[in-house]
Design a binder for this molecule. Sequence first.
Ligand SMILES: Cc1cc2nc3c(=O)[nH]c(=O)nc-3n(C[C@H](O)[C@H](O)[C@H](O)COP(=O)(O)OP(=O)(O)OC[C@H]3O[C@@H](n4cnc5c(N)ncnc54)[C@H](O)[C@@H]3O)c2cc1C
Length: 285
Amino acid sequence: MKITEILARGPSYSFEFFPPRTPAAEAAMTAALAELEPLQPSYVSVTYGAGGSTREKTHSIVTGILRDTSITPMAHLTCVGHSRQELHDIVVRYRDAGIENILALGGDAPKDLDLPPSELEYAIELVRLIREVGDFAIGVAAHPEPHPRSQSIEADRAHTAEKLSEADFAITQFFFDAAHYFDLVESLHATGVNRPVIAGIMPATAIGSIKRMSELQGSEFPAWLAKKLYAVEEDPEAVFAVGVEEATRLCQELIDGGVPGLHFYTMNRSRATRMIYENLDLAST
Ligand SMILES: Cc1cc2nc3c(=O)[nH]c(=O)nc-3n(C[C@H](O)[C@H](O)[C@H](O)COP(=O)(O)OP(=O)(O)OC[C@H]3O[C@@H](n4cnc5c(N)ncnc54)[C@H](O)[C@@H]3O)c2cc1C
């Protein structure tokens, strides 16, 4: 099913996974998927790596989900290290395998991998390429805070508006203050772009990794959240509980504000998402 059809029915609740690199990580992801399937997610998505075998794994996981489960899958795809022809061939393969949803991303060139140059520079070019190949529902990334490589917040908002006007929906980078999300949506609406902007949710359940990821993605790790987490830093279970509690509060604020969907970055684990689902009583929706 297309994600556009899912969004037309009401708010979506979706989960993101990444291709595992080791057999143990593969087992963890398979377990997380199985534990989350009973929550009947609107769809699940699988990220696209920077190179090597994980790229092929995105294809096999996404087509496996379509074949073996009742869940709608979405494949992420980035421009990094690909020629136009390669991207075209990947999208044709998805189309022929029955995949209907692709998240079109610019991606980040990794410093530690010697990849060929990327023929497409920005995600919007990939949106256009995918449209030429088939009748997909196409998502794009949006950056509430904004994207770290942008010249200014205004420039990033303008590029996002242009990109989203050619795509079907956006999913945001994670953020911890709902105000960032509402500001992004308001500025898109002001330019006449009203396509759904799904909020990306990353529960801050481990201090070190959330700090690292926030720095990398340009998401503020706010002082009020840091204070709450550091107050219990000696106790990982207490940190986990604070992360889940604050993510629940954020989700509730977004739901109350009319968010069209929540997209949970699961990190291939099910526990935090299951707890937030329970707190919000989403399993019954
Ligand atoms: C929901 C979500 C899922 C993601 N999944 C993955 C994944 O699977 N794999 C992965 O590697 N990464 C993933 N990322 C990370 C993403 O690839 C990075 O954030 C990347 O740096 C930017 O991607 P983008 O699609 O926003 O790029 P773009 O839309 O290309 O934008 C990148 C930068 O260029 C600027 N820009 C855009 N157009 C122009 C223009 N015409 N002129 C000048 N500047 C311009 C933008 O303002 C921005 O600063 C994901 C991010 C999100 C939010």
